[in-house]
Design a protein around this ligand. Sequence first.
Ligand code: GLA
Length: 355
Amino acid sequence: MSGFDDIFSAAPEAVADAPGRVNLLGEHTDYNDGFVLPIAITQRTRVAMRRSGEDHFSLHAAELQNTVSFKLGEPPADHFASYVYGCLMLLRARGVDVPPLQIHVESQVPMGVGLSSSAALEVATLRCLRQLLRIELDDVLIAQLAQRAEIEFAGVNCGIMDQMASSLADTQRALLLDTRSLERRVVELPPGASVLVLDSGVARTLAGSGYNERRAQCEEASRLLGVKSLRDVTDVAMLESLPELLKRRARHVVTENARVVQAVGCATPEHFGELMNASHASLRDDYEVSTPELDRLVALLQQQSDVYGARLTGAGFGGACVALCRTGSEREVGAAVLERYNDSGQRGAVLVPPV
Ligand code: GLA
């Protein structure tokens, strides 16, 4: 019993939600102005609000069983609250008069596994504020504000993929996004193929520091190459002059962009799957954001005859893997792989399709 009414003893004035996402291909390309191919998942985050009539905000997170109070200009210490606080502060900075609110959050999006629970929270919060305060915000602007909330208030120097996916993608077709121009196109999954997502059960470590370090390495590589971003490198031969480590980091980005473009042009699940497998190898060897557990889970998935391809998804350093499977085989594949994976004491679980 922790719905809005139970916590605040009144009905909300506005309610909105937004989905998590799983990225099929195009990892660590978004902050390099490149291409990504996420799809929304069915799990969503729901935010409800009403004006509190008090001098402070009260934010309750049902899953965390935690209520936080804060005022604008006095950042809350709890990390989860910083996403909501960031959205409120950014609207205020745009001249929106944001009154103190009671805010209730409940979420089915698994947290901390690479399925963008934070983007779902930011987008749902901004949608709810749009409704409550009757302000004009289009879906792209919502994604842009959500990304800024994450960078400026939660301290992760992320790209725009997650927020664009949460704001604009649907669960049936993938969203091909050019993160430089924000041009986008809806793309069908290959025929007869469906998405399976497994959690490795290993929490993401170093996600913040390792992520920001990779980003800085990409920026350094672009600077040395004299390009605006690695998106502008289309041939790996151009990377020869870079120091060894930066060359590998940049090679991942350049080849990953090419894989997204190829995947969108390819009709067969087999080809799409090969591109996913190549993406994992590149993330493991060149970008070094995989872990032994993710490698093992991906290898087990790749051994299944009903799996076309598999890779880690999201930032890496732990979290989840995504596989493209023959439609209808997802549950069987998930169970078979987890039986072997969890044999060694791991706590892997199926995240998509949700149980
Ligand atoms: C996180 C970030 C995204 C993106 C991915 C890696 O999810 O929030 O912007 O960089 O990692 O592809």
